[in-house]
Design a protein around this ligand. Structure first.
Ligand code: BES
Ligand code: MN
Ligand code: ZN
Length: 496
């Protein structure tokens, strides 16, 4: 989709569709009022009849409205003007674009972007608009013989004040970069396990490095064995697919500036291993590399925005399968950090690949490390599919991540990392077990990771409930690319 920014009157836009908002109860937004005047009250008539009340989540598509140059007018319900906020704005944009994407309209002028959202500036508004529009027009059809292409090609984002054009353009550029980062992440996560295996992830990373001039380093089994990454290797043992450790460096900051390091769980399929998962919905475990997809998507966004920071991405990639070489419950392995781990459940594999990757991160002398993982079903029990689970040893870091998520409505909620939970990981035979029992599973998983992250400020995002949707709209969400991108935007501002 192509975007441009413009100021002007709705009735004068010669295009496939003009999109304007209506507030509850039957209250025209300013651009809608202009269309109403130009059409001698056609819109007021419609509101009076009650076919559009302005309720959030509703739309009405009109054709050939008198007095205006466009082919169609799309009315979008904005809900109550009094409570109109960031979430309502983003929902309205999503609804407008997905509604138009189902028509034959190929270009539209969006006036919703003129509706001020309190507490947010024009750059925010354009950033959210572009990012949300790209998300709403996203399709994953590469394995379908018959495609349903989106006809909407050009979206003109209208702004009320010409003087704000520079800030608007900056916001638009950021929104496109983040939206494309999300799409990249969704494409990768949606791929099935037979296509997207660890070697495929490595090739994808190499290509990303070529596209953006990043340096790229990929470790294979032998190199990892030499280093002593036996926790990671234990997970890959039962699979015919060899594991990889993928490392990418984006250097947009000062030479000596410590990097932000993002670590993403890259289990390309999680069968559970010998602790085999039940059959129902097991296909969704192709999404167990969503953390990896999200950190790569965020890297793409950061590189397209040319953020003045240094950013390193680490992806431990493996497939968790149950063959004759597979790790058994009760096996004891040593980690890169030198600590021994009793693997009581081979389905708690994410923490095993992450602990070695997190130790590996130390060598880059990071300013901060954030890992992203579809780590526990327990996190879904705790927070459902709305909030990502956030854990951090540093209150400032937690606050910055929570705020970044609020800003783009890709929200996280903090859970405790208290030492009291650490006891649950005791093992009679090794330094620790890889599971902590039935209760507080998201927390004990995070506590396991905490033991490997003492040398730097660290946060952990459990995206088990937010990385993909199930059911009839099954598909990757691209979360938490927006959250992480906003975190990095602000991080780069504070660095400069
Ligand atoms: N990838 C899963 C977690 C998961 C499950 C994410 C369902 C999304 C939906 C992870 O590897 C796993 O299997 N975790 C186990 C841990 C348990 C054995 C301690 C879980 O959550 O059941
Ligand atoms: Mn598992
Ligand atoms: Zn897993």
């Amino acid at each position: 989709m192509e975007f441009s920014i413009k100021s002007g009157s709705p009735e004068k836009q010669r295009c496939g569709c003009v999109i304007v908002g209506v507030f509850e109860q039957r209250q025209l937004s300013l651009p809608a009022e202009l269309l109403d005047k130009a059409s001698n009250g056609a819109l007021s008539d419609i509101l009076r009849r009650g076919d559009m009340t302005g309720k959030a989540g509703t739309t009405l598509l009109l054709h050939n409205l008198p007095g205006s140059l466009c082919e169609r007018v799309l009315l979008v319900g904005l809900g109550k003007a009094k409570t109109f906020n960031a979430a309502a704005y983003i929902s309205a944009i999503r609804l407008a674009v997905s509604t138009l994407a189902a028509t034959h309209c190929s270009d539209a002028a969006l006036f919703l972007s003129e509706t001020q959202v309190s507490g947010h500036d024009i750059a925010w508004q354009l950033r959210q608009t572009a990012c949300t529009a790209l998300q709403a027009a996203y399709r994953f059809e590469q394995f379908k013989s018959e495609k349903t292409p989106v006809n909407l090609r050009k979206l003109t984002l209208m702004i009320a004040r010409r003087s704000e054009i520079a800030a608007a353009e900056q916001g638009l550029r950021e929104g496109i970069a983040i939206g494309q980062g999300c799409a990249f992440s969704r494409d990768l996560a949606n791929l099935p396990g037979n296509v997207c295996h660890p070697a495929y992830l490595a090739d994808t990373a190499r290509k990303l490095a070529d596209d953006y001039g990043l340096s790229c380093e990929i470790l294979e089994t032998e190199a990892m064995a030499k280093l002593g990454m036996h926790a990671l290797l234990a997970v890959a043992r039962g699979s015919a697919q060899a594991p990889r450790l993928i490392v990418l460096h984006y250097r947009g900051g000062k030479k000596e500036a410590a990097p932000v390091v993002l670590v993403g769980k890259g289990i390309t399929f999680d069968s559970g291993g010998i602790s085999l998962k039940p059959g129902a919905d097991m296909d969704e475990m192709k999404y167990d590399m969503s953390g990896a997809a999200s950190v790569l998507g965020t890297l793409k966004a950061a590189a397209s925005m040319a953020l003045p920071i240094n950013l390193t991405v680490i992806v431990p990639a493996a497939e968790n399968m149950p063959d004759g070489n597979a790790t058994r419950p009760g096996d004891i392995v040593s980690s890169l950090a030198g600590k021994s781990i009793e693997i009581l459940n081979t389905d708690a594999e994410g923490r095993l690949i992450l602990c070695d990757a997190l130790t590996y991160a130390e060598r880059f002398k990071p300013a901060v490390v954030i890992d992203v993982a579809t780590l526990t079903g327990a996190c879904v029990v705790a927070l459902g599919h709305i909030a990502t689970g956030l854990f951090s040893s540093k209150p400032n870091l937690a606050r910055a991540l929570l705020r970044a998520g609020e800003e783009c409505h890709d929200r996280a909620w903090q859970l405790p990392l208290w030492d009291d939970y650490q006891d649950l990981l005791k093992s009679p035979f090794a330094d620790m077990a890889n599971i902590g029992g039935r209760w507080g599973g998201a927390i004990t998983a995070a506590c396991f990771l905490a033991r490997f992250t003492e040398k730097y400020p660290w946060a952990h995002l459990d995206i088990a409930g937010t990385a993909w949707n199930s059911g009839k709209d099954k598909g990757a969400t691209g979360r938490p690319v927006p959250l992480l991108s906003h975190y990095l935007l602000h991080y780069s501002e504070s660095e400069a």
